[in-house]
Design a protein around this ligand. Sequence first.
Ligand SMILES: [Zn+2]
Length: 452
Amino acid sequence: MRKRIKRMALLFGVLILILGSLPMMINAVASPIVDYQTHIQNVGWEADTDVGWRSNGEESGTSGRGLRLEGIKIALNEASGYNLGITYQTHIQNIGWEGSTDRGWKNDGEMSGTSGLSYRLEAIQIELTGEDASNFDVYYQVHAENFGWLGWAKNGESAGTAGYGYRLEAIRIQIVPRGSGAPSVVSALPFYDKNAPPPAIGKLKVHFIDVGQADSILIQQGTHAMLIDAGNNEDSELVANYLSNQGVAQLDCVIGTHPHEDHIGGLDYVINRFEIEEIYLPEVYGTTKSFEDVMTAIQDNNLTISAPVIGEQFDLGSAECTILGPVAWDSSELNTYSIVIRVDFGENSFLFTGDAEAINESAMIAKGMNLEADVLKVGHHGSYTSTSQAFLDTVNPKTAVIPVGIDNDYGYPHNVVLNRLNKKGVNIFRTDLDGTIIATSDGATINFKVNQ
Ligand SMILES: [Zn+2]
């Protein structure tokens, strides 16, 4: 408390200094003062350190050191002369919103959060109470792991993330006269709730690389990258150069959808040249030299193969990937082992099906999986053995991309599939006609560029 009294004296001096000269600043100083402190991992309560209580927009916590906040205390300065109180709650790891539990909201300097359990705080809500509450807005913002400073929230709105488990690393709080606006705009990023669509930060870029009669798809989100298939053996350098030209040095995830050469042919070359965090292959063996080369490259680089687990989710930056296949494979057809993956970015979604066939499609529908997607990577190069009417109706894509070679031996894409797509009014892109196709999503809309 000694520190707070000292600061009041200082503020008084400042008030006298600026009286009559800067009317806007008088307003700011005349607002009630909010004092707050956080309990920081490895540090403890700030008031027990040299830092002391913070007030009026100062940062409490550590925005640069990445230490989690475990508790907060907020108090109004009693000398401010207003009939005001302050109430607040935190969203705590393993507990959720305190107000939804026996803990309830906290008031006027009480501890919210956990200072002993070491659970991270993930979000906060703050409201003013009392007769004068309607004259003021309380603004607050948080520094959240992976996001940085989020935008200002006010008067009971949520700030932070709920359900994502990102720790709070710092907070700022300020009270201003009602309607005078946020103290300053730092970031427009809002509160994120896991029940809402995943947050889209930056752009998601999906490159359908023109590798002729084969598949290779690069997906980039921020500094993160994933490769689905790597074309034929003869595409090895093309794919590797394409990745390098996009600034990719490291791949968070590589997926070899199934052991056919037109999908894993260039994979050994990629594995030997890029740092790879995780590699997924279906649980089936190929008998070809191409497949053996991939196995050798995996061994040489000390990688461990991850088997696809249906329903498994992982993040690619702020995009969310979900493994949907293979289900209902047929041991006489390698295509039916194709790994199927869905990528959600904000409100946009992409479905990548490898060479999955109609039996896989109907099994996924039967399982009630969420297959709806804005963009469908058409299965098996547009073969009639994939893209059944029921599947197309369920996915209901706006755009279809067909990786397919000019004058290929198989007559892909088959007319029956093209007709199905056209009848539904789906936009079609084909690598044989459009070259490399790049889809860019900002989380709300998707733009396509061809011949890239
Ligand atoms: Zn294929």
